[in-house]
Design a protein around this ligand. Structure first.
Ligand code: 6R9
Length: 653
């Protein structure tokens, strides 16, 4: 066990504990109740949202491979947008629902009240309806972090349409792939997206994507910056102009608890992204409940999650969780380092933020600019800090705790996934003392187990190390892969029978605390973004001069993991610096900037077994500069290729 596992417990202050939703014994009691009698527990907590027709059945779950079926609150009906807006109007119609902080600090922030949120969402819903979008239709959102992104999500939910958000950093090809896989009837985009003073041409990317899609796909355009774009008559709709003409109220559509709310594509260990399907009732209950307990959210708090709505974190903790709880949620269009590395803290001070939730990669990037940027802002409103996306290293944790939290804010390290809808392992602040680098204990209703990787046997002892699985369902769990239930079962339920397989490894220490050790599959985590190595490989081999490619992760100071690509060129092609740059550019075009290889090593050959399987374990070790520990190389077909790769490895340290 490493030293971090023996780390001392960090307790919240008495002041924090005195107003927290649960204390240590409260957590123990509620957790026990949730495991002993999940039916009763979730029947009670399922009522935290408003149902049109209340559910009578709580759970109906089968984790058996071949028959996987997950349903929660299945006979209840509701509307998610009504839960996030309408039901708050009586008590907090004039309260700010969304604070919008634009990319340029000189542009004034907007405060959108719940009343205004209803009006804008309704207007957008009415425009979508007028253009024929109806219940069950898929609508792809490719938008900047602007209030219209929230309106669009809630407008879809209002009419029972299913949104699928594609992060603005994805390429036209990646966008087209998602529009086609989800068979979307429409895309909602904007002219351009300002970020860090630069602009991404979303509309022109969408134009390119739509050349590969059905002619019937409508394109709704938010004129956000006013930048010039091309316009396709009959296909493109000026969304803001039509919203101004539309009726200011739209009645909400009744949907079943198990009707899909959204599809969100995520990387897996194979090349093609999976459309993760979340449904309406269970997801909303779980997003709202985790938002309240994990962040110790209280009425009147200003909550800021810095993620983009293109990721699941933005879905659950910018939009659905906070708005279902009637919170004030902050939406930030910009980046942490623009105009300078103090922007996050300036925004916290300006809007008196109470809970701040970000990724370790952002903390590391800001840490590199020194503490002065933090010290000059008044952070006295902060009560709690959170992290998500990857394990947090002790240096980053200490910096966050000391300089941002001033030693008085509990730090919640929340482990979860696109597939899980909300936090699964996380401290409840005030109730569960933290240990820097540990996601600590399970949330209510979550039964983590540690299995031996090879045998799949559950390790019963408290101290354990292996693969992390979950033994039973929770309401926020994904229900299927869009259009491919078989793939859903194969990915998550085949390898370890009877369990949900997370794809992560973990350790459990003597106190029962969980420490996530990273992915055990071919997924890497770059700046908190999931990237299937197979996706990058297929982009590389799609280039005409590339014969073969293998991609692995390697430790990167800021990003957590960087992308290391081994590339074999076609016979006779000369490896040059220009070609290296071309290949990086090519991958950016194929997938998007987040997939840019950090290092490309020319590989005259790749280490393969005699049956032709690439030995990634060896490539990982070389990329990590750990070439003394290559392990068993006896099955290599041509051992000499390894010597060449070691000789020419890129990150000589
Ligand atoms: C929410 C989100 C999921 C993967 C997950 C794991 C890693 C997320 C973490 C963490 C250690 C944490 N991960 N949170 N690892 N500690 N607190 O990030 O979803 O994009 O689907 O990524 O991210 O490897 O399996 P997603």
């Amino acid at each position: 066990m490493s030293d971090t596992v023996k780390a001392p417990l960090v307790h919240a202050s008495d002041e924090f504990i005195s107003r927290a939703h649960v204390d240590a014994s409260g957590y123990e009691a509620m957790y026990k109740a949730s495991i002993d009698n999940p039916e009763a527990f979730w029947a009670e907590h399922g009522r935290r949202i408003d149902w049109i027709k209340p559910f009578t059945k709580v759970r109906n779950v089968n984790f058996d491979f071949g028959q996987v079926d997950i349903k929660w609150f299945e006979d209840g009906t509701l509307n998610v947008s009504a839960n996030c807006i309408d039901r708050h109007l009586v008590t907090r119609g004039d309260q700010t629902a969304i604070i919008f902080e634009p990319d340029d600090p000189a542009t004034p922030a907007q405060h959108i009240t719940y009343k205004e949120l209803l009006e804008q969402t309704s207007r957008m819903a009415n425009v979508l309806k007028e253009h024929g979008v109806s219940k069950g239709d898929r609508v792809v959102l490719y938008l900047p972090m602007i209030p219209e992104a929230a309106y669009a999500m809630l407008a879809c939910a209002r009419i029972g349409a299913i949104h699928s958000i594609v992060f603005g950093g994805f390429s036209p090809d990646a966008l087209a792939q998602r529009i086609n896989d989800s068979e979307a009837v429409a895309v909602i985009t904007a002219d351009t997206a300002p970020r860090g003073g630069r602009r991404t041409a979303l509309k022109s990317n969408t134009d390119k994507a739509l050349t590969d899609c059905s002619d019937r796909v409508k394109c709704f355009v938010v004129k956000h910056t006013g930048d010039q774009t091309t316009w396709v008559q009959g296909r493109d709709v000026d969304l803001k102009a039509e919203m101004a003409e539309a009726a200011p109220y739209c009645a909400y559509t009744e949907v079943g608890a198990e009707d899909p709310l959204f599809v969100l594509y995520t990387s897996g260990s194979t090349g093609k992204p999976k459309g993760v399907v979340h449904t309406s009732g269970g997801y909303l209950v779980y997003a709202a409940m985790t938002h309240q307990y994990t962040f110790d959210y209280h009425d009147g708090d200003v909550f800021w999650c810095t993620a983009d709505v293109g990721w699941v974190t933005g879905h659950s903790y910018i939009i659905y969780g906070p708005l279902a709880n009637g919170a004030t949620t902050l939406m930030f269009e910009g980046v942490p380092t623009y105009p300078d590395a103090g922007r996050f803290w300036e925004v916290c001070a300006k809007h008196r933020v109470n809970q701040f939730y970000t990724a370790p990669t952002a903390i590391r990037a800001l840490m590199a600019h020194g503490p002065d940027h933090v010290e000059k802002h008044d952070l006295s409103s902060l009560r709690l800090l959170g992290t998500v996306g990857e394990p947090i290293n002790p240096e980053a944790w200490n910096w966050y705790n000391t300089h941002v939290g001033k030693g008085k804010c509990p730090i919640v390290d929340t482990w979860w996934q696109t597939e899980t809808g909300g936090h699964l392992i996380t401290p409840l602040p005030g109730a569960v003392p933290t240990k820097p680098g540990s996601a600590t204990k399970p949330f209510f209703g979550v039964k983590p187990v540690v299995l031996e990787a090879e045998s799949g046997k559950e390790i019963e002892s408290t101290e354990a190390e292996g693969v992390l699985c979950i033994a039973d369902s929770w309401p926020g769990q994904m229900r299927t892969v869009w259009g491919d239930h078989q793939r859903f079962q194969e990915t998550y339920f085949q390898q370890y029978k009877g369990y949900y397989f997370s794809g992560d490894g973990c350790r459990r220490d003597a106190d029962g605390y969980y420490w996530i050790t990273g992915r055990v599959d071919d997924v890497i985590n770059v700046s908190g973004h999931r990237m299937g190595t197979a996706e990058v490989e297929s982009a590389l081999v799609a280039h005409e001069v590339v014969a073969e490619a293998a991609v692995v992760g390697y430790p990167h100071e800021i990003k957590g993991q960087g992308i290391y690509a081994y590339v074999t060129l076609m016979n006779g092609v000369e490896p040059t610096e220009d070609l290296r740059k071309d290949l990086v550019k090519w991958v950016r075009q194929e997938i998007g900037p987040i997939a840019s290889p950090d290092l490309i090593q020319w590989a005259p050959g790749l280490p393969k077994t005699r049956s032709g399987k690439i030995m990634r374990r060896i490539l990982r070790k070389i990329a990590e500069n750990d070439y003394g520990a290559l392990g068993d190389t006896s099955t290599l077909a041509e051992p000499a290729v390894v010597d060449d790769l070691i000789e020419n490895r890129m990150n000589r340290g």
